[in-house]
Design a protein around this ligand. Structure first.
Ligand code: DOR
Ligand code: ZN
Length: 354
């Protein structure tokens, strides 16, 4: 008989955009109701390049939390061409940031101060390798000659493969992988190279971007790829392998910023993230592996204990909200208005979810 409820260790989100100000306040409860910890991306404007900025941002996140919600933001440093290895080390040694994020310059939202050439941060990467500090990678080349659907595969060949050859001890998380190439690459490396996989890349192929018309809310970077890649991602996520773990890449933008001539990249999947993963794992007959993917593999990679508390999903139909208000505007969640078959027990800020 199909299971009626599913209790797991509280999961963590190893890749999340929380933004700031009114947006932070509006979106944070959706992550904090379910995840115990989250790695918070540093691509604010201006980006988080200083230890002091990360500390201040962490404080703003904690202040924006709903009352009595236990949620730990894990901060990250934004790598630039000129960031000092000493600053990186200082933040890591003082436990302000847990990892550093490599955005190739102009690859995505707020990446204009990102790294123009990985050779420029060679010293920083060497230091990180020595410290055991993970490098989180947005794995796309920005070369306009490379087709947008091939940018991840080209990144592996041009940047990532040479990097792990040069610094085999560097801990690397290949974030939000979208291709079979990335899955194969990660599998072929030592255990210190891992990957996160989003709920939306497990759910949609690039067809979804054009279904009946142009669909800006299905647009994120790296963009969803063809179906064969989606199937490879599903196989990796549900395999139970320690190298693959949960990272939602929930990336909210106001509807007005998505539905315009040059709409922003990013999918706001936080309102139904765990429930969407559960659907995928059930479809793949792998519900028994959801806990490894969502709550065990990530902490093990980062050298942290898994959460001691639990969450429960019940087999109960519910609808993903159509919109989430942010100030005078709103954000549209992934799968807005759609029905899902697993529901998290308790309201976002209810005691049941603590
Ligand atoms: O789609 C994306 N949105 N991809 C990223 O890498 C950044 C993110 C954002 O911050 O909006
Ligand atoms: Zn991201």
């Amino acid at each position: 008989m199909a299971r009626e409820s599913l209790t797991l260790r509280r999961p963590d989100d190893w890749h999340l955009h929380l933004r700031d100000g009114a947006m932070l306040k509006a979106v944070l409860p959706f992550s904090a109701r379910v995840f115990g910890r989250a790695i918070v991306m540093p691509n604010l404007a201006p980006p988080v390049t200083r230890v002091s900025a990360a500390e201040a941002y962490r404080k703003r996140i904690l202040k924006a939390l709903p009352r009595r919600t236990a949620f730990t933001p894990l901060m990250t440093a934004y790598l630039t061409d000129t960031i000092a290895a000493d600053e990186i080390e200082r933040g890591f040694a003082s436990r302000v940031w847990i990892a550093a994020k490599l955005y190739p310059a102009y690859a995505t939202t707020n990446s204009d101060l990102g790294v123009t050439d990985i050779a420029r941060i060679a010293k920083v990467l060497e230091r990180m390798a020595r410290l055991g500090m993970p490098l989180l990678v947005h794995g796309e080349v920005t070369d306009p000659k490379v087709d947008v659907f091939d940018r991840e595969a080209a990144f592996i060949e041009r940047v990532l493969a040479p990097l792990v050859r040069r610094l085999p001890e560097l801990k690397v998380v290949f974030e939000h992988v979208t291709t079979r190439d990335a899955v194969d690459f990660v599998r072929a490396q030592r255990p210190n190279v891992a990957a996160t996989i989003t709920p939306h890349h497990l759910t949609i192929s690039r067809n979804a971007l054009f279904q009946g018309g142009l669909r800006p809310h299905m647009y994120c970077l790296p963009v969803a790829k063809r179906e064969a890649h989606r199937l490879a991602l599903r196989q990796a996520a549900t395999s139970g392998e320690a190298k693959f773990f949960l990272g939602t890449d929930s990336a909210p933008h106001r509807i007005a910023d998505k539905e315009k001539d040059c709409g922003c990249a990013g999918i706001f999947c936080a309102p139904a993230a765990l429930e969407t993963y559960a659907r995928v794992f059930e479809e793949e007959n792998a519900l028994d592996r959801l806990e490894a993917f969502a709550a065990l593999n990530g902490p093990r990679f980062y050298g942290l204990p898994p959460n001691e508390t639990r969450v429960t999903l019940e087999r109960e139909k519910w609808k993903v909200p159509a919109k989430v208000k942010v100030g005078t505007g709103a954000v549209k969640p992934f799968l807005a208005g759609e029905e899902l078959g697993w529901q998290l027990l308790g309201k976002p800020d209810s005691p049941k979810n603590r």
